[in-house]
Design a protein around this ligand. Structure first.
Ligand code: NDP
Length: 255
């Protein structure tokens, strides 16, 4: 339908095979965007693409491990080849491995830095020229770069040291990019979810997963759709409006 706010726009969502990324892809498609779905699990991406097609939207699965620099670059290129432009990048793929510095392994720290920081840098670097081009040439006259950070990007707690490093760092990166790109009308934002009910916690080690589940069970956790709503709100504002930061906690969350 031509009155959808993102009609004609193209979005790339990293980590679109589950959780926040899948919900965001569905949300942006509902707003009229064609969506490139980037992650490693092909079957899950195909399912999200089918859901979107079933609702009359457009989506394409782009299977990629974006910690491989050439795949990060190719994911952007494949989006351009498939849909011809790039108006919205949602840097969402991320991993959270909570553990104390004493008990973690340096490999766990490396995995977080490799996805939450390095892969995000590579995708962003490949995408920025195309976002600038989209802002200059689209009817909306604006493009968006949304970064999914975390409350752990604002408040550090024991066990989250390296994860907080990646998310505090992301907030600084986004603020600098915001200032660099505002004249080009590429809006840069961070969304900072609190405690969520997604698959992220399943990826924790046994001990930390139990602690995280206890914390999560004590409150009503956020759903992926709650963060997709926040992202949908940011990218559908008129070009005169820039929502640069959204902190979305669960209602009962203290930290
Ligand atoms: P999920 O685990 O559901 O989503 C993570 C996504 O990242 C998956 O789609 C996964 O897909 C993808 N991914 C993982 N590794 C790679 C890779 N190497 N290359 C490409 N894609 C990859 O968790 P969430 O939806 O909760 O997490 C999304 C974001 O939200 C993350 O940045 C996280 O830090 C942030 N966040 C989460 C919170 C939470 O409590 N859940 C709280 C605050 C922020 P696949 O495995 O198919 O590759």
């Amino acid at each position: 339908m031509s009155d959808q706010p993102l009609n004609g726009a193209v979005a790339l969502v990293t980590g679109a095979s589950s959780g926040i990324g899948a919900a965001t892809a569905r949300r942006l498609a509902r707003e009229g965007a064609a969506v490139a779905l980037v992650a490693r699990r092909r079957d899950r991406l195909d399912q999200v693409a089918r859901d979107i097609a079933g609702l009359g939207g457009h989506a394409a699965a782009v299977e990629a491990d974006i910690t491989e620099p050439e795949r990060a670059y190719e994911a952007v290129q494949e989006t351009l080849e498939r849909f011809g432009r790039l108006d919205i990048l949602v840097n969402n793929a991320g991993i959270m491995l909570f553990n104390s510095a004493l008990h973690t392994t340096v490999e766990e720290w490396d995995r977080m830095v490799s996805l939450n920081v390095t892969a995000l840098l590579h995708i962003t670097h490949a995408a920025v020229p195309h976002l600038i081009d989209a802002a200059a040439t689209s009817p909306r006259q604006v493009a968006d770069l949304v970064n999914v950070s975390s409350t752990a990007g604002r408040v550090a707690r024991p066990g989250s040291s390296a994860y907080s490093l990646t998310k505090f760092g992301l907030n600084g990166f986004a603020e600098s990019l915001r200032q660099e790109l505002l004249r080009e009308r590429v809006r840069v934002s961070v969304v900072e979810p609190g405690t969520m009910d997604t698959e992220l916690v399943n990826r924790l080690g046994d001990a930390t997963r139990k602690v995280a589940r206890r914390q999560g069970d004590a409150i009503e956790a956020l759903r992926a759709e709650d963060i997709a709503d926040a992202i949908g709100y940011i990218v559908t504002r008129e070009r005169r409006v820039a929502v640069n930061e959204m902190l979305v906690r669960a209602g009962d969350e203290i930290w």
